[in-house]
Write a protein that binds this ligand. Sequence first.
Ligand code: SF4
Length: 690
Amino acid sequence: MEKILTVCPYCGSGCKLNLLVEDGKVTGAEGADGVTNQGQLCLKGYYGWDFLNDTGLLTPRLTHPMIRRERGGPLEKVTWQEAIAYTASRLADIKDKYGASAIMTTGSSRGTGNETNYVMQKFTRAVLGSNNVDCCARVCHGPSVAGLQATLGNGAMSNSITEIENSDCLLIIGYNAADSHPIVARRILKAKQRGAKVIVCDPRYIESARLADLWLPLRNGSNMALVNAFANVLIEEDLYDKTFVAQHTEGFEEFRQVVAKYTPEFVADITGLAPQLIRDAIRMYANGKKASLLWGMGVTQWGQGVEVVKGLAGLALLTGNLGRPDVGVGPVRGQNNVQGACDMGALPNTYPGYQSVTDKAVLKKFAKAWGVKSLSDQVGYGITDISHKALSGEIKAYYVMGEDPLQTEPDLSQMRQAFDALDLVIVQDIFMTKTAARADVILPSTSWGEHEGIYTCADRGFQHFNKAIEPKGDVKTDWQIISLIASEMGYPMKYENTQEIWDELRALCPLYAGVTYEKLAGLGYVQWPCPEESHPGTPYLYEGNHFSRPNGKGLLVASEWIPPREAVSPAFPLVLCTVREVGHYSCRSMTGNCTALQTLADEPGYVQIHPQDAENAGIEDNQLVWISSPRGRVVSRASVSERTNAGAIYMTYQWWIGACNELTLDHLDPTSKTPEYKHCSANITAIADQ
Ligand code: SF4
């Protein structure tokens, strides 16, 4: 038996593990001594490799290229030569007829790796001719990136996962670590065991709330009001660090004026929280010598997510909890390589290394390196633009790599109509996802375990992952497929291996210039910025309180609270909020094909409901139910729990039958264009005959 050292393909915790390989087949996994996981794994790390054996439990593996020549016709198996020629010619035709902006592509935040994301954005920019490339950060931590870039100059976690346990106060808001990042949850537990104070703001009594010193069960949709009240108390009670604010920030006066009215008493009706509890919580945070903020989708998946993130950055700036170890702002990124997809420029507004598409010097540098005359300086479309731009006819082709928008985007009925309006859908993936089933061209790729590359975990840490087994079927690596299409379209793109791609990337990105394959060998771990090869990497940002904005100062920004877009009504009296399931991941094409994980939870999923709401609706635990919203209806199974707040129900988005995105709302944050997955109106009714 061989042990192949690699990195877990699921969440952004970046756990190192050994895949156990016998006779060319993966038979198990064990924790390795990685920087973030120190030998430990969660159940997805231990049992999440089984999809490599093509179990077919949920959906089959894609093993050969296919083309659907007519809408509604069958998918036909073709050779790679034909698939590449067909794809290239259809893309070229659409570009000629409708212009470069009529084509949209995606990077992938999943198993494919940074090198592929670099190649996909290069293909989009240098060959297709637009900045219409995006990734799933748009639907998760896009507001963290936008909010932190505006206030601190950098959109990533300021400090490291390993530092969490050394903080003496953790203020956790909208972040269920136990389900999202179990290994980060262990760090929270360790901090508590070392004497740290823990404050948890969440409507549900989540696992972190069980160990918290203070639990603030705020009303769904009141984040901005609560964050403003925290800032109000810091200022009114003179708890803020005046020297830090004077020396290292700007915007204090405007900030103070906005939060002035948000006293704990003023927000009591909005948040449903006792004023004293709000005061106690923020006093606890202000008293910390090393206080950290952690947040997740409960902050970002709102129509006002960017403004809430700016407000959270304001709390850290007011208290001087930045620019040193064990403090900071922690948007804990979800998918294993969502940080990396952003790092590699799979974003419509930045090139790799967060270099702006509107900066002429940046365009000149990339155009010269890539051997093209010019590059577009227009910010491209994001993935949440698809439903509108396809229906309006502005986007005609969608090249989807390692994403499943027909399962993961909001308001799936509208998204299906948008797909029907497209002339061409290309899907490059490992499984027959819902989106792949709708494709005109299927390009089957190798999976995690079958190729190598580099991921970036949630705290900016680069790690190398390895190939463990030979791929089955007639598949190619993602970067090979994109390179073949580029070459067929008249732009020769030839790479021998991922290291060659990586070296091209780092020559163009000062942030990553010193991160070599050699440094990442074995258990190597390097956090960006790492500007030269002798540099060890950067565990925490903003040393010396120098922020990454033009004048080096942090910007204090506060905004008025805006209620969620869709209020409850007599027909739909409950709030529906989407959450995470610890045993499954993303669209479930991987974990749904793992035997051990599938036995833990399976279709049609479940909906968490408070006992009082269940009683009102005549529903018992484990009963099949209909969940409806103004957009549709799905079947689910009731999970009656005291840990859920009354008036709200919670569903995870993995289930293919009980797909909660049939119900969610396509209301977007105006800056980040992130959907308000956390709040729409809904109803629940029992299914009588079971
Ligand atoms: Fe670690 Fe996340 Fe993988 Fe679990 S899913 S083993 S926490 S990286």
